[in-house]
Design a protein around this ligand. Sequence first.
Ligand code: NAD
Length: 301
Amino acid sequence: MILDGKQIAADIRAELKEQVSELLAQGKRAPKLAVILVGHNPASETYVANKIKACQEVGIDAEKIAYDETITQQTLLTEIHRLNNDPSIDGFIVQLPLPEHINESAVLSAIDFRKDVDGLTPENVGRTVQGLPSLVSATPRGIRELLARYNIATEGKHVVVIGRSNIVGKPIAMLLMQRPYLSLPGMSASSLGDATVTICHSKTQDLDAICRTADIIIVAAGSPKLLTANMVKEGVVVIDVGINRVEDQTTPRGYRLVGDVDFENVAPKASYITPVPGGVGPMTIVSLLQNTLQAYKENNF
Ligand code: NAD
């Protein structure tokens, strides 16, 4: 069965729109997100435009704050402090990657964790690890929500995560191994967590054998067709996070997007599988909206 992230994300957007309308009907202001964009990376510009459009669709105010790539780290930090202290901004994100002369870690650490709707500050990551209320980064939050909406329980299951990045691999592994009673607010399922999680990466030996023991596989490696049919058991649940461009002269752009899974051959063995596009991607954007509403509520009520 296909895990239809596009449809679930549309459902969640409709729910968010209703919640924002209710706030306005109560005489409250709309939640507001700010997005800092440094430079003119075309992919980043597209991501930022999509995020702002998604906000507007549900009634969340969104402001783009664009800087030239020559901005100094100090000026960027000053802007972050301004946003930290601006009561009209509920949450903000700094679109990555940043130019090389700027220390990404220093920038992310400067964000007030209560406004860190990308969930990337050390404070939020630490709180997630300890099972404290926190803002969870968008992709892991979206994956968890997708599993929840399809009633895919993780309790006692062996989950294999391929990839150990700070934005996907590490946080999704932490979320799924948590005890559910420590689980984070804003999530719809209580049956998520309590999994036995194995994290694999580029130095892992015998990835194939490890994957064959998995009930659920989450692939976030950035490598087309990394997960093949001979690596999965019958009935496996597959979450494909990868977004890769592969050459395809039959398309107007000369390329198409694929995930990290050999979808055509893995899908027949899987009980559930996400497509690319239309799986995890739409869930990631909607998670940012959920985080913004969560920050608004936690900081204003
Ligand atoms: P990354 O690019 O920072 O790192 C990739 C990870 O995969 C590393 O930890 C590496 O050790 C591991 N890896 C690479 N090749 C491997 C192999 N052959 N075997 C085992 N492990 C291997 O990771 P990221 O930023 O999490 O991105 C991963 C992919 O997910 C990319 O394609 C990215 O575009 C995509 N992504 C998608 C979304 C979404 O919303 N759908 C969000 C974030 C990232």
